[in-house]
Design a protein around this ligand. Structure first.
Ligand code: CO
Length: 147
């Protein structure tokens, strides 16, 4: 497998709107996408930074992973999203290397992406998410230049 890019850096926050305003004030950041993910118990705001995102995550219920992270650590960096061409194939490659996975199979993330989390033990204690963005996969199938 090969990493294509840093797709996003995910921050755990207690107040999404305050975090958005903070990033607007300091960095002129604008929200390019909002979504609530029931399964993960979060609502998110994505701030575009070039081709990558800052992902601000606020828990929507007390037993969500982000809520537990906030209770343990307070606000801060929660995970890093690595862009890959094919999450399922990447999981197979990593499994064959003995890497511990949080998600054994890809699942639906935000923006219509397929995602899977790796155990932090495999990445210097950092929670890593593999992200397959179908809009980029489509782009990559297009020729880069006119013939
Ligand atoms: Co993420």
């Amino acid at each position: 497998m090969r990493l294509q890019r840093i797709d996003h850096v995910g921050y755990a926050v207690t107040d999404l709107e305050e975090a958005v305003r903070h990033h607007q004030r300091l960095f002129g950041a604008t929200v390019s996408h909002r979504e609530e993910l029931q399964r993960d118990g979060v609502r998110e705001a994505l701030l575009a930074v070039g081709d990558s995102y800052l992902q601000l995550l606020e828990p929507t219920r007390d037993d969500s992973p982000v809520a537990r992270f906030l209770a343990r650590n307070g606000p801060g960096v929660h995970h890093v999203g690595y862009g890959v061409a094919d999450v399922a194939a990447s999981l197979d490659d990593l499994r064959s290397l003995g890497v511990r996975l949080v998600d054994e199979v890809p699942r639906h993330g935000s923006r219509g992406c397929m995602v899977a989390f790796l155990h932090p033990k495999n990445a210097m204690g950092v929670l890593v998410e593999l992200v397959e963005d179908p809009s980029l996969v489509a782009d990559l199938s297009e020729p880069l230049h006119e013939a």
